[in-house]
Design a protein. Structure first.
Length: 155
């Protein structure tokens, strides 16, 4: 399975049952698979991450390589996998997000989907807006810190 580079920011609403309708822009990027399979999990910040199946297999293979005799590795594996759940999109292009994960991310009705690097972050709208408010005042300084040491920068 090929890993697809996903892009975009989408406003969404959850229904009363906790279902989220996937935006057509994301579905188009994912391809025309009859049944799109995902894994949803807690993110590193207060969000959820929705992994398309191919990306989940790649990342979980990396995590599965960790030496579990090392306590930090065991802790990371536990935290990484806790709450992870496989899901299929239904015929109406919806996914049912687990209540416990929605509570973790503080998502009640309004959500933002932020797609990048083969994954989709699902944020409570208020949390996403707060994160954007905390953006660095000078993005170019952050870019220099993060990318300035690369041997072969593209820009």
């Amino acid at each position: 399975m090929e890993i697809v580079q996903l892009l975009g920011e989408y406003d969404c609403k959850l229904d009363a049952k906790g279902r989220l309708r996937m935006p057509s822009g994301l579905i188009n990027q994912l391809g025309e698979n009859e049944k799109l399979t995902f894994v949803v999990n807690r993110g590193f910040e207060k969000c959820l991450i929705l992994y398309p199946e191919a990306m989940w297999k790649k990342i979980s293979a990396e995590v599965n390589q960790l030496n579990l005799y090392n306590k930090k590795n065991r802790d990371f594996s536990r935290y990484f996998y806790r709450g992870a759940q496989e899901m299929l999109m239904d015929g109406a292009d919806r996914i049912l997000l687990p209540k416990r994960l929605l509570e973790y991310a503080g998502i009640d009705r309004d959500a933002i989907l932020s797609a990048y690097n083969g994954r989709i972050e699902i944020w409570a709208k208020h949390e996403y807006d707060q994160m954007l408010d905390e953006e660095p005042t000078d993005f170019s300084d952050l870019a220099e810190d993060v990318l300035g040491k690369l041997d072969n920068p593209t820009q």
